[in-house]
Design a protein around this ligand. Structure first.
Ligand SMILES: [Zn+2]
Length: 87
């Protein structure tokens, strides 16, 4: 698989480090039970199709990227610098 870093250009995916799904999780309160913390720390949706992910270009420019990738086919749909994403 190859990723197109907006700064460095197309590179082998081994130059990048996968940081995980780019989703905002709601952190449980300090008094939440063990089940709520287990859910927060370990349980994720695992659906087929497009997923927004965070990658860092560790062996390159070090930029954080949001990659939209089809997790079934590994087709890369978009790659954008995370710092340019507006909330
Ligand atoms: Zn780069």
């Amino acid at each position: 698989m190859r990723l197109h870093c907006p700064i460095c250009g197309e590179r082998d995916r081994r130059e990048f480090y996968y940081q995980g799904a780019a989703v905002m999780l709601e952190r449980p309160g300090p008094d939440a039970g063990a089940a709520a913390w287990d859910d927060y720390l370990h349980l994720r949706d695992n659906t087929a199709g497009d997923l927004d992910e965070l990658w860092s270009h560790d062996a390159g420019c070090g930029a954080w990227l949001r990659v939209t990738r089809n997790v079934s086919t590994h087709e890369i749909k978009t790659v954008v610098l995370a710092r340019e994403i507006k909330r």
